[in-house]
Design a binder for this molecule. Structure first.
Ligand code: NDP
Ligand code: MG
Length: 418
């Protein structure tokens, strides 16, 4: 019997993290796979991290937040679990603590990166530099740092296996294909919670409304990104790096049913599309075991689906796609600026500080007004990221009075009209 696969799961307490834990348990139960969870990490929430450590028998946990109540609560819970289980569980803290866990990985191990935001970049880079495969949900790693991550992976031989459903679908469609035959890829977009709302109404949507995604159950940041179409913008940049495709060879299309996840078009006009239930456990499982063998996690009943719906993404209603192309044209640190500006704007929106419609506007202003510089190492990304966050805070603070309450804000003059 082969040795268990050593796995480190970052973002273990989130939506993708929880699905990953479920998939690993299922694979052990149903396919006899064996995983050795060398560590689990989260952001600030102690209880779900301690529970995951208990369920997996993880030997170490790390929490990014070093403050209270998270870390003391984690230490107390882990002490109870470790004494009941009669084996030690190490508790690490901060980005440094997470870095210690990543530094223990070696070629043949797997890092599952399910962190949200640019905070995930450091681990991705460390792993690929060490020749460790990364199952990547954290698309922000590539948006901000693809220019460092992909060359490092090529140099070490590490693979980046996409978990993001569209990219996982394209990855599956490309299996066995000659790269020179590929003309373009098409990423599908559900359109998010507000896809059928008109521009003005969507501009004022509340966090509760924008968080009600019609087809996917995900963490709050990516759900808001779906409502603004920023998610597809981020994914175009992610695809550019993952598949080494020129921006014009990456398209996006609205597909409200979320059944077709990705499409590859070949030079002769033929296409391969990947369909499946809207269930992240499918791409996660493929990333963990590298195959699409059963048992099935769900089946599509094509007879009852009847027809598949596709439509163009309205560029005036969803200007985010245009921004992605602008970012790719700018190059350098533009991706880091774009990503950080979006993270900061989404956080402001979720806190009631700006209306939904301001997110894309502010990000557009950030990429035009903060000069993108060359990207040679991580310090360039850190500086660009910090500049973008400062810019968004200052711009939002300067918004007209009354704009803070998303539901009541008067539409500012500068809002582009459809
Ligand atoms: P969640 O918000 O549900 O989970 C985020 C995870 O990251 C949590 O474990 C959180 O910990 C942790 N975290 C937060 N901040 C930090 C930090 N500074 N350092 C380390 N860990 C941190 O997000 P999702 O699971 O939805 O998304 C994760 C990633 O996967 C995102 O990049 C998203 O775009 C991508 N993705 C998600 C999909 C989905 O279906 N959810 C689909 C495709 C891609 P804590 O719980 O303590 O806050
Ligand atoms: Mg996706």
């Amino acid at each position: 019997m082969s040795a268990p696969r050593r796995v480190l799961l970052l973002g273990a307490t989130g939506s993708i993290g929880a699905s990953t834990l479920e998939v690993m348990a299922q694979l052990e139960r149903e396919r006899g796979c064996r995983f050795d969870v060398i560590g689990l990490a989260g952001g600030s929430r102690a209880e779900p991290l301690a529970a995951a450590a208990h369920a997996t028998g993880a030997r170490a946990v790390a929490l990014a937040d070093t403050g209270s109540p998270g870390l003391p609560a984690l230490r107390a819970s882990i002490a109870r679990i470790a004494s009941a289980a009669d084996h030690p569980i190490e508790v690490l803290a901060g980005d440094e603590g997470i870095g210690v866990l990543v530094s223990r990985l070696r070629p043949g191990d797997l890092l599952v990166n399910a962190v949200v935001g640019a905070a995930g970049l450091r681990a991705t880079l460390m792993a690929v530099r060490a020749g460790v495969d990364v199952a990547l949900a954290n698309k922000e790693s590539l948006v901000a740092g693809g220019a460092l991550v992909l060359p490092a992976a090529a140099a070490s031989g590490a693979r980046i296996i996409p978990i993001d459903s569209e990219h996982a679908a394209v990855h599956q469609c490309l299996a066995g294909a000659r790269r020179s035959d590929v003309r373009r890829i098409i990423l599908t977009a559900s359109g998010g919670a507000l896809r059928d709302w008109d521009h003005d109404r969507a501009w004022h949507a509340t966090p509760a409304e924008a968080l009600r995604h019609p087809t996917w159950a995900m963490g709050p940041k990516v759900t808001i990104d779906s409502a603004t179409m920023m998610n597809k913008a981020l994914e175009i940049i992610e695809a550019h790096w993952l598949f080494s495709l020129a921006p014009q060879d990456i398209s996006a299309i609205m597909h409200p049913q979320s059944l077709v996840h990705g499409i590859v078009e070949f030079g002769d006009g033929s296409m391969i599309a990947q369909l499946g239930p809207a269930d992240m456990r499918i791409p996660i499982r493929q990333a963990l075991v590298g195959d699409a063998a059963g048992p099935a996690l769900g089946r599509l009943d094509l007879e009852s689906i009847g027809a598949l719906e596709f439509r163009a993404i309205d560029d005036r209603r969803f200007p985010a796609i245009r921004l992605a192309r602008r970012v790719l044209a700018l190059g350098g640190t533009a991706g880091a600026i774009f990503n950080a500006a979006n993270e900061a704007a989404v956080a402001l929106f979720l806190g009631g500080g700006i209306p939904l419609g301001r997110i894309v506007e502010l990000v557009a202003e950030a990429i035009e007004r903060i000069p993108a510089g060359p990207l040679t190492d991580e310090s360039d990304i850190r500086a660009a990221d910090a500049a973008a966050r400062r810019f968004i805070a200052a711009e939002a603070a300067a918004d007209p009075p009354g704009c803070a309450a998303a539901a009541t804000c008067a539409v500012p003059e500068r809002r582009p009209r459809p």
